[in-house]
Ligand binder design. Sequence first.
Ligand code: CP
Length: 316
Amino acid sequence: MNNNPQLNKSGELQHLLTTEGLPASILLKILDTAESFVGVTERDIKKVPLLRGKSIFNLFFEPSTRTRTTFEIAAKRLSADVVNLNIAASSQAKGESMLDTVNNLSAMHADMFVVRHSQSGAAHLIARHVRPEIHVINAGDGRHAHPTQALLDMFTIRRYKYDFHNLRVAIVGDIMHSRVARSQIHALTTLGVPEIRVITPKTLLPAKVERLGVHVYHDMKQGLKDVDVLLMLRLQNERMLGARLPSPEEYFKNYGLTQEKLDLAKHDAIVMHPGPMNRGIEIDSAVADGKQSVILPQVTFGIAVRMAVMTILAGN
Ligand code: CP
């Protein structure tokens, strides 16, 4: 018997809510299944019938470009029926509660909900509420978790670096408000990365982050030395209460990734960013568009990874 709310009694994935507590076997199953879908996404006819007849509802209560679109593309490539609920035009705007909205969509025979919400725990709440045959995927909740982003990041790292067990990975930027960083740290740790660094101003460092097993740096010059993978983060201004930084210019000077700073990492280091990017604040355009950047391949791999997650949840 397991007590992980994401797993069923047989230890299989029932919902995907967070990378925390998921065993390596499940993370690797998602990455391996995604490998098989990369071929599908490169064919002329990009559809397979694995989710034919299934109804997937995208519930995005917060803005999104990459996640919402790639979930929609992934579901369509699996031949599912996809409904993108327009939250602004839905009954939420008339005061209906989130769970009442979910109840009504469940009554329309939803098979899966993909949920993004500004409140941490929203996807967990829905997962506890729905009937057992409905699956919930967290597409980002507050500052808590963004598991499919972390999984597509792991997929990208494995594609370029092959093995997790000899890597030095640096996560750079606004750790405090980042659901992506938390999900990345849990996934990297479970997959056996021996050294995870976080590089951040003191004002953007969450309390007790060392308990996650990461090494903390406040200086890019020290933190980037001999790193294999750089995971850049966006400044999450929408989640910051009050001013935590002197100015964007000062942040760029100290923590923005320029080619000069990147040259401190290994010569074949890769640069990643979940998007949306603030060019000239977190990252210089020359680096974002440079030869070590794998930022756009991340987006492409996100389709295959989301296809894998939905296929595994549906039990195929
Ligand atoms: N990485 C990410 O979550 O981007 P979106 O907000 O565009 O979905």
